[in-house]
Write a protein that binds this ligand. Sequence first.
Ligand code: ZN
Length: 394
Amino acid sequence: MIKLERIMDQLLELGQIGWEPERGMNRPPYSPAYDRAREFVRRIMDEAGMKTRIDAVGNLFGRYEGNVAGMKILLSGSHLDAVPEGGIYDGPLGVLGALEAMRSLHEAGNRHPLEVVAFTGEEGGEMGGTFGSRCFAGAVDFGHLPPDDVMESLGVSREKILMSRGDSGNYEAYIELHIEQGPVLIDQSAGIGIPTAIAGITRYLVTVSGEANHAGTTPMTARFDALKSAVEVLGEWYEYAFSRKDFVSNVGKLAVYPGSPAIIPGSVEFVLEMRSVDRDSIEQGVGKMKSILATLKNSKGTMSLMIDKGAAAMNPLLREKIAFVSDELGLKWLELPSGAMHDAAPVSREMPSAMIFIPSIGGVSHSKDEFSTPQDIRNGVEVLARTLHMLDRK
Ligand SMILES: [Zn+2]
């Protein structure tokens, strides 16, 4: 039996750890608030009779043994860290929801071993996003690690990353319950979302160069202003990107050099981000930006790849089961791509994985105003519990 009151109490209490009034959640990984939050969850796992362990990079696991020998582990969870000034549901819902679902499954008698995981560092930071789950999945790119002293200050090392790799052969499946973080479910009056795939993220550093010069003495006709060129590039890009439905794009970081009011910009750098579940769409976008840069006169544009995380397909058989139990519960469900990154993306490289979304009121997340109703939370945990139950029977 799912106890909604228990989950709500736990969510709200956990939501106070790192909470700053007016601002929201401040619980980055490897911070004292993060450690307190993980300890809070560990205590709940202990009280629920789970055996707990924390791996070398800080992922927390709680485990129930199964009744039948030789069965593979059913894994469910999410993350406990938050973006700065974030909310209380993004991540913790999936951890505490999994705990409640597995607790009820265990009370009824489970055949498979059951594990709840609270991954660390999903939201990014020095180690990059989905850090804990990438360690677990053996998906850390050792060529793109921060400097040793940065890792040391966090208590992380190459050895610890290697030690945290999970033995994927022991796992049957991973299912992650999460808030949608978008408006689709609310708009369509659906209670449950079933992601088909998690969008990949591609980022390029784009540099537009002109010629720095005196802003007072250089005639307007003799300027090679890098910012003017960059504005033209972005104008054309936005016209293209805002007409597309198959990817989303953002330029959230831009710098002008040398960065003085009295100097004509000599160069401009910005980060072009694209997300899509479709590799071809990303490549078309990259091609478009290249062709825009190639048309520049009096200045030069270059692109260098920063991040290229491929899209992750969710397992069709698991998705079917989630749809089946949603029908059983009389909940309207729909399939959708996930524009946001999740721990299920790296984990899906290692074992069949799927996600369950519940509505985010107003489509709001990464904000202190992030909210999901207790009824939607109950539905999500119930769907998770029944899906795990189905998997446990086979
Ligand atoms: Zn999240």
